[in-house]
Design a protein around this ligand. Sequence first.
Ligand code: 5GP
Ligand code: MG
Ligand code: MG
Length: 180
Amino acid sequence: MKEKVEVLISEEEISKRILEIAGRINADYKGKDLILICVLKGGVMFMCDLAKRLDLNVRLDFMSVSSYGAETTSSGVVKIIKDLDDSIAGKDVLVVEDIIDSGNTLSYLLDILEKRGPKSIRLCTLLDKPSRREKDVNVDYVCFEIEDKFVVGYGLDYDQRYRNLPYIGVMELSDQIGEK
Ligand code: 5GP
Ligand code: MG
Ligand code: MG
């Protein structure tokens, strides 16, 4: 099957926006320690670039979750594949995500993390698709709001590929390409 990727958000736009968001985070957490939690694998590029712009005492931790059921329609029941290495009890925590779509995965994940007694927990996402929201999640930092399109690149995959693209692109499959 033929696949085509068109640039939606360029490398330059991404780094410019990350600088702005990092500025807000630096101001909000001034003088504090912060634990960044990367939700693997999609959030990895974003977390690395964001972390480099933070002028705070930052610790990095990683979590890998999978939702039960079909991949495209997340059920919101989440299985932890890899848990955090360290406790978040009493800590300021920022969850770093690639994209919030239905919100199911994240609201479940936030419930799990809140039970561990962090001092504060906030959410930072590279992309937000608000039109697809099923669960209300409070997103504190959003880099880009996008329409309901399937995107790849900069951490986001199609069948585990395209994560290494330096930009965010819209994925088009061959049957759609032919109709244009
Ligand atoms: P949610 O539970 O919010 O519906 O699911 C979010 C997850 O679905 C994301 O972490 C991501 O793995 C996947 N996802 C949602 N929309 C897209 C998209 O446009 N492209 C890619 N590659 N993954 C997506
Ligand atoms: Mg994700
Ligand atoms: Mg995926």
